[in-house]
Design a protein around this ligand. Sequence first.
Ligand code: URA
Length: 204
Amino acid sequence: MKTSWPTLAQEVFSCERCRLCQTRNHVVFGEGNLHAPLMLIGEGPGQQEDSTGRPFVGAAGQLLDKMLAAIGLAREQVYICNVVKCRPPHNRVPEPDEQAACMDYLRQQVALVRPRVIVCLGSTPTRALLGGQMRITRDRGVWQLKKGVWFMPTYHPAALLRDADKKRPAWTDFKAIRDKLNELGVYRQISGAEGPAGEEADGR
Ligand code: URA
């Protein structure tokens, strides 16, 4: 049976399914528009997310906000969460068993939001949702339709901060995301955009 947001949140906030519960300060559940056509999924909370309980609030999050703004969207208009809800120590990649323990929560979040488009930020969400055969450098920017939802794997914003050469392809992906939302007829619904949603949001 489909859960509800309060039931799911209660379950996640008291979760002890894996070892990450022992070192967390805050569970980072996810936030945003609970009916957003666009959902963005990261890897797991970093230090600032663990201190605040909010996803993508550190340097990578600030860049993500800017990238969303560049396609005419604010973070409140989309739904943002992570594969794992508790910070892995020293920001290591979450172990397969940690991801597996948390996967059901992510599935339930997707079922509740019912997004039309899911953006996988980096390798971890891309592999978790699209399969272990995925390679972010090879497969980013390529749409995949799964059970009626469009998936776009793209670079994690933290990767863009480490390697400026990734910024241009990531920008290409974000424009494709805006175009897909337009094509699906949901861009105006989220952005409240007046007039044609298009090149004016390209400003570089
Ligand atoms: N990196 C992530 O993958 N998620 C966050 O919430 C913050 C940084």
